[in-house]
Ligand binder design. Sequence first.
Ligand SMILES: N[C@@H](CCC(=O)N[C@@H](CS)C(=O)NCC(=O)O)C(=O)O
Length: 220
Amino acid sequence: MTDYMLVSFKTCPWVQRAAIVLREKGAPFAFKHIERDNRPDWFLAISPHKKVPVLRIDDSVSLFESNAIAEFLDETIAPRLHPADPVARALNRAWTDYLPTFAASVTGCAYAKTEQEYARAVDKIDEPLGKLEQALAPSGPYFNGAAYSLVDAAYAPFLQRYAFLDRIHPLGRIESFPKVAAWSEALLARPSTHSYPPDEFEAMYRETVRTRDVWLSQYC
Ligand SMILES: N[C@@H](CCC(=O)N[C@@H](CS)C(=O)NCC(=O)O)C(=O)O
């Protein structure tokens, strides 16, 4: 049996993406948590960009970059999460390519230093939410409709963080995008999304925002 170890910072959304794919595949794995401010030499030796996640396989191969890891897992472990149709698959990959833009719009709100910066960041979220609203299948619950895919695994951690931020200080944006709102609800209700009990994880996330000394820290 293949041994999968996911090298992680506890609250990293990119690690969570890889963990979600492993859970969707039913592949047992272990987290190896390391500290952001004290990355060990063995980790620096296997992570070219010094970032998590790294997926260590059978203690011999190290994969990095969450998208590459997700694609690898999808090619090597059933069930296939990418659509079988090549056009649908290309479109799904195009939307996973868009993930960093969406992610930046969410973290932009989390880590804004001032109220003005925060307000500007919140305004910027409408554009990616609008694009996703257009891209989502007409009927959910998932990105492609009934079948769960790698696009769902990619966006779930960031939609979860949007929900956390919304509870710290209401963002009031997702309500204008009903398909995205329903998608987020479906993903947050799916067990594979969660590496920790949701309340415990939300408290960990709040603590991260609180200690960052950003505008939202005062509400955490
Ligand atoms: N594009 C990377 C992003 C990974 C990433 O940014 N990870 C963060 C933690 S959430 C990290 O390791 N940051 C350390 C650093 O930037 O030095 C991926 O998809 O895996």
